[in-house]
Design a protein around this ligand. Structure first.
Ligand SMILES: Cc1ncc(COP(=O)(O)O)c(C=O)c1O
Length: 273
C-alpha cells in the first residue's frame, strides 16, 4: 500500500490533493514563513525533535512566533497514522509555519530523483555568515534563490549546484548538505558560514566519528574540494551519495568511505525508534 498523501492545516486533516491555503495567507502572498522537510524511514520520522527545534530557530530568526513542538509532533503522529498502513514505508513530511500563523503538515511519498552525479559550482550571494544577516541558516519559505540556481545549472547538464559564498568558500547544495574526504579526514563546511545546519549531515558526522574517522569543520575554497578523494551529498530525504564530478573535474571512482557511511546512515534511519 503506497502512502495515502495527507495534509493537516491548523489541525484539519484532508487528502493532500484537496489542501488549499487562503490567498491572503502571508505564506502565499509573500513566501513569509519557515519550513522543514523530515524523512520518514520504515514508517517513523527520523530526528523529528531536531527538525522541530530547527523550525523554531528559523521562526525566531525571522522574528515570527515559535510553534509548540509537542503540539506539532502530535499532529505529525496523527497524520502519519492516517497516511501509512505499513510500517515498512518510507515517506516525507513537510512542515510549514507561515507569518499568518498557519501550521501545515504534509505527508507524501519521497521524491523519485536520480542520484547526484555532477554538481556545478555557483556563487550564492544570499548566503551570508551567521551574525551578519538575520536569516543566516534559516529555512524560509522564500527558497527561490536556491531553486533557480538548481534550474540554471540543470539547464547546462549538471544534476544540481554546489553553492559557494561570495568569498569563495564551499557551502552546501540548494537543498542538501555537502561533505568530503581528503587526507583521511571528513571535511564539513562550518555552520558559521551561514549554511543550513543539516540534520542528515550531523548524523553522518556522528557516524564517521563513531567509526574513528576524524572530522574537521571550517572554511575551504573550491580548489580544495576539487582535489578531494570523495565528495558526498545528503539531505533528510536523500541517501548519502558520492559525486562523480564537480563542474568538468572528475572525482575518483572508488568511494569506500561514502559506501561505509551511506550504509550506516540507512541502517540508523531504518532502525531508529
Ligand atoms: C540549503 C540546504 N542545505 C542543506 C540541507 C540538508 O539539511 P537536512 O539534512 O536537515 O535535510 C537542506 C535541506 O533541505 C537545505 O535546504
Amino acid at each position: 500500500m503506497p502512502v495515502r498523501e495527507t495534509a493537516c492545516i491548523d489541525g484539519r486533516m484532508m487528502p493532500l490533493a484537496d489542501a488549499a491555503l487562503p490567498m491572503a495567507d502571508q505564506g502565499v502572498v509573500r513566501g513569509d514563513g519557515a519550513f522543514e522537510t523530515v524523512g520518514v524511514w520504515s514508517g517513523r520520522p527520523f530526528r523529528l525533535g531536531a527538525h522541530l527545534e530547527r523550525l523554531n530557530a528559523s521562526l525566531r530568526s525571522a522574528l515570527l512566533p515559535e510553534a509548540d513542538p509537542a503540539a506539532l509532533a502530535g499532529r505529525v503522529a496523527d497524520v502519519l497514522e492516517h497516511a501509512l498502513d505499513d510500517e515498512t514505508i518510507d515517506a516525507m513530511i513537510r512542515l510549514y509555519v507561515t507569518a499568518s500563523g498557519t501550521q501545515i503538515v504534509l505527508v507524501s511519498g519521497q521524491p523519485d530523483r536520480p542520484p547526484h552525479r555532477r554538481l556545478d559550482p555557483v556563487v550564492a550571494p544570499w548566503i551570508r555568515p551567521r551574525g551578519t544577516y538575520v536569516l543566516s541558516g534559516a529555512k524560509t519559505m522564500s527558497y527561490m534563490p536556491n531553486m533557480v540556481t538548481s534550474r540554471v545549472v540543470q539547464r547546462d547538464g549538471a544534476d544540481d549546484a554546489l553553492l559557494l559564498s561570495s568569498e569563495g568558500w564551499v557551502l552546501e547544495g540548494p537543498t542538501f548538505g555537502v561533505v568530503w574526504m581528503a587526507d583521511g579526514v571528513l571535511h564539513a563546511p562550518g555552520v558559521e558560514l551561514g549554511i543550513v545546519d543539516s540534520i542528515s549531515r550531523r548524523t553522518v558526522i556522528a557516524l564517521a566519528e563513531s567509526k574513528g574517522i576524524e572530522v574537521r569543520t571550517g572554511a575551504w575554497p573550491l580548489d580544495v574540494i576539487l582535489q578531494a578523494d570523495e565528495v558526498m551529498t545528503s539531505s533528510a530525504v536523500r541517501p548519502l551519495q558520492a559525486l562523480q564530478a564537480i563542474g568538468d573535474q572528475n572525482l575518483p571512482e572508488d568511494t569506500p568511505v561514502a559506501r561505509l557511511l551511506a550504509a550506516a546512515l540507512a541502517e540508523e534511519r531504518h532502525s531508529a525508534v
